[in-house]
Write a protein of this length. Sequence first.
Length: 213
Amino acid sequence: MRKAVSADQYIYKIKPVIQRTRFSQLKIDDIAKYMDISKVTLYKHFSSKDDILERVVEYGMRFLQQADSVTNDDSIPYIQRFQKTFLQSLILVIFLSDLFLQDLKEFYPGLFEKIVVAQRNRNKNLQEFFERGMERKIFNRMNAVLSLVQDDATLRRILDPTFSIQWYDLTLKQAVMEFYRMKKYQMIRPEHLDTVDDSGMEEEIVRILQSIS
């Protein structure tokens, strides 16, 4: 028997599309095509186009909440949480692209505000996490807020389709990996660097980047 496909799985299929195409400009026929289903099947899972967008935003907010739970999980060592927060930031920059956020702001301000509030909560939790790590002498003393701004701005620039990373003789994977290494040396105190296990980071970064290839 063929396994039923959940609404979340259809949302997952539309995510890469709204990273590069304004959702406001998509028609139901387009969305059904990208989800690889008929309009009849689409309406079995979603009541309207707005319902689909609300589910997309809910998907993003659930991810932000899960990211917060990792940040606040003291059973995970600080350095591992640092790695996980970097990967989460990469995922969020891809999912909450500038184009998608601008579309929400212009045409769906209520949903935009929900995302803004969730992002602010995550940033606050991240700031507190890094400051606790500084107090425990795991992270270098620095302005945590500016570090978060740097992450968002740099990753968005690297992933911007109008910016050719090849001008700098770097692949997208190399650029993200090098930025991760820069953040690692910037953030983690020298006496802890030998304890950092980066063996799975490249694989995870490649997996994430494949979602936009």
